[in-house]
Ligand binder design. Structure first.
Ligand code: SF4
Length: 518
């Protein structure tokens, strides 16, 4: 139901992340579990050692969560090492899926995403089957694993597929040493082999690739020969760096991560050296591996649905969109002609139809907001006066086939910006001096170089919180001639939506207020 008053939601709100129904098994104080991994496999880079915790170390992850790139995340347990610390009955999670506003019958669903579905293959396949039968789930059921699978469960997976389910199994294997990733690589390759023999679509996920550990041509060639040959699709990924945990864990294992990783203080992004995806594509070709190597799991999933399940499906996050023009030539280096055609058809949809669909999705999420198309980027929708979370924007993209960003009003812009400055960067909110609308973007004026890196970090965090087109100006660059130059530049970027006088007035107001405050 839409609510005209609804302005903001947070990633942790029940609408986005369901976690009220967890049964806490009270297996120890959360701080005792704080350092533990998210499952018994014990990978030293496990992101659940540091992700999604409250200040007391309590895990906050949801049993339903929209905020993962490739699908809605569905979980029936949270673990600390070998111990289950929270659980929910399958009956209850299925019941909640029925009312989860992000769910659509064709949404991809990631089963047991916060630990490994292979800890209980039979239970994980049961969930997928029940979703199909009881909630009409018709989209892909994705299982991401580093575990072996028995012949019996491989057969069950095939039965699920034969009855109309769309399983896709993602096997993570990148040739890491056992002191980084103790789970047997040989058994994982066997999982890929067994599933591919039963015609279950598989993705080999070569991640994390880490400089100084497994990122060498030699290792990639071995991975290609050992595992690539069994996969339908391949994806490549970098390392999530959480400071200081990730750096310390690798140091303890005998690996000193280079500056690329240790300098990292913006944690939502994975670190992968440039050019690696292209290099992996070359190596797979040279080694005779036929599987397409994708930049994104959502693209690999879309291509499996289109070509193997014969269900034309666009990339859930519309990676073709968001540029000055769509780049289907680059898409064709990763996807076959059929898939490119499907995404290309989405790019040509009538704007008014896409907008109507988007506004309907927004009403389901509880927002009564208007949607417009970007004047500068293809396939990009802008939620007028919106401040949607990344999960909500994923839902808009999944259900319309186009990308979506916010176009916040000043109040919502400042609300999110204050979150970025104070919570993410630990700076006083006063370092933000004001904001000027320019075209469909905002320019935020900062009180100098406030992060010591030319405000590069500031830009990342502000954009991350706002999920909007935002640029940052330094007040020190708004003196004398520089001021006039800036007004000129902003006026030409304004798409005639603001006049030169309006831009000059807004900027002058910020500069003179700052002078008075000094
Ligand atoms: S055509 Fe492009 S956007 Fe679509 S799935 Fe392939 S790579 Fe992704």
């Amino acid at each position: 139901m839409s609510n005209p008053e609804r302005k903001y939601s947070e990633p942790g709100d029940e609408n986005n992340r369901r976690n009220m129904g967890w049964i806490d098994l009270n297996v120890g104080h959360p701080t005792e579990n704080y350092k533990q991994h998210g499952c018994p496999l014990g990978c030293i880079y496990c992101n659940q050692q540091s992700l999604d915790r409250d200040p007391y170390g309590e895990k906050e992850a949801g049993y339903l969560f929209q905020g993962v790139d490739s699908a809605i995340s569905l979980n029936t347990r949270l673990m600390s090492g070998p111990k289950v610390i929270k659980e929910i009955k399958v009956d209850d999670v299925i019941k909640e899926m029925k009312s989860y506003p992000h769910y659509n019958p064709d949404s991809p669903v990631l089963i047991e995403n916060f630990n490994d579905p292979g800890l209980d293959w039979s239970g994980a396949i049961d969930i997928a089957e029940r979703l199909r039968r009881e909630v009409g789930h018709d989209g892909p059921s994705i299982f991401i694993t580093k575990m072996p699978i028995s012949d019996r469960n491989t057969e069950r997976m095939r039965n699920f597929k034969d009855q109309g389910g769309k399983p896709i199994v993602v096997v993570t294997y990148s040739g890491l040493p056992t002191n980084v990733e103790p789970a047997s690589g040989k058994k994982r390759i066997d999982t890929l082999r067994k599933l591919s023999c039963q015609n279950i679509p598989t993705i080999l996920s070569i991640r994390p690739l880490i400089e100084g550990v497994n990122l060498t041509d030699e290792n990639l060639r071995t991975v290609a020969k050992e595992a690539g040959v069994y996969a339908d699709k391949i994806t490549v990924g970098g390392l999530f760096v959480y400071q200081p945990e990730t750096i310390n864990n690798f140091r303890e294992a005998g690996y000193e991560l280079g500056e690329r990783y240790s300098k990292h203080t913006y944690f939502p992004a994975k670190v992968l050296p440039p050019g690696i995806k292209i290099r992996v594509r070359e190596i797979m070709r040279e080694e005779g591996v036929p599987a397409n190597v994708h930049d994104h799991t959502s693209c690999a999933v879309a291509e499996i649905c289109t070509t193997i399940y014969d269900d034309p499906t666009t990339d859930r996050l519309a990676h073709w969109a968001g540029g000055v023009e769509s780049d289907f030539e680059y898409c064709a280096t990763k996807c076959g002609a059929n898939q490119v055609e499907v995404c290309c058809a989405a790019s040509k949809l009538d704007q008014s139809i896409v907008i109507e669909k988007a506004e309907k999705v927004l009403r389901k999420l509880g927002y009564d907001k208007q949607v417009v198309t970007s004047a500068t980027q293809v396939g990009l929708l802008l939620v007028k006066d919106g401040s949607l979370t990344i999960g909500e924007l994923f839902t808009l993209a999944e259900q319309t086939g186009w990308q979506a960003n916010n176009w916040p009003d000043k109040e919502t812009l400042m609300y999110r910006t204050e979150q970025a400055i104070t919570k993410d960067l630990g700076l006083p909110k006063e370092v933000v001096l004001g904001a000027v609308p320019v075209g469909q973007e905002w320019y935020i004026v900062m009180d100098g170089d406030v992060d010591g890196s030319n405000n590069e970090l500031v830009v990342k965090w502000i954009r991350s919180r706002n999920r909007a087109r935002i640029k940052v100006l330094n007040i020190k660059d708004l003196n004398g001639e520089d001021f006039d130059k800036c007004v000129e530049e902003l006026t030409s970027a304004s798409l005639n939506m603001q006049s030169r006088e309006e831009i000059e007035f807004s900027l002058k107001e910020i500069v003179s207020k700052n002078k008075c405050d000094e």
